[in-house]
Design a protein around this ligand. Structure first.
Ligand SMILES: [Zn+2]
Length: 168
């Protein structure tokens, strides 16, 4: 991949995500998953062949490091806009001041699950990065997760006998 000179914004993002420790964390995660690193487009680092099972994603970004269990050629053949999607996540780390992005992302995922039954469709960060570009199929806001929680709560509080039956 030919590396073009970085725009001032990309240089600021690269420096910012280094200083706010999100890129160092990304390099650590890539190393933990024994991924091979190489320079990517727009000041990003690509890490391929990630071997850990978590998170279960075709690609994910930590700071300026885009990590992928397989290789990017295969991934971009299937999802041509995936790097644009992941680059938005690199900006989101920058805008959140680095590591605070992670708990915020978890909260957004939980909210999405409650609203739609999946962790991406209602997640503000994934929506901003583009669901389709990230390979997600948008689920409607059906409150599927909320209803599941309500069912569990009902089982626990209103029908304790049913729970007792189940555990027998
Ligand atoms: Zn994403």
């Amino acid at each position: 991949m030919p590396t073009q000179p970085l725009s001032p914004a990309q240089q600021i993002r690269r420096a910012g995500n280094l200083v706010n420790l999100s890129t160092p964390l990304g390099l650590l995660v890539a190393a933990a998953g024994r991924a091979r690193r190489r320079p990517g487009p727009n000041g990003l680092t690509l890490a391929e062949g990630y071997r850990l099972r978590f998170p279960p994603a075709g690609a994910f970004t930590v700071g300026n490091v885009v990590i992928c269990p397989r290789d990017f050629a295969t991934l971009t053949a299937r999802q041509p806009e995936v790097m644009d999607h992941e680059e938005v996540h690199a900006w989101q780390y920058f805008c959140c001041g680095g590591l605070p992005f992670l708990p915020l992302y978890l909260l957004a995922s939980a909210w999405s699950w409650l609203r739609t039954g999946d962790v991406a469709s209602g997640n503000v960060f994934e929506r901003a990065a583009g669901l389709r570009r990230g390979g997600y199929i948008e689920a409607p806001a059906s409150n599927a997760g909320l209803r599941a929680v309500a069912r569990w709560a009902q089982t626990l509080t209103v029908k304790p006998s049913r729970l007792a039956e189940r555990s027998r």
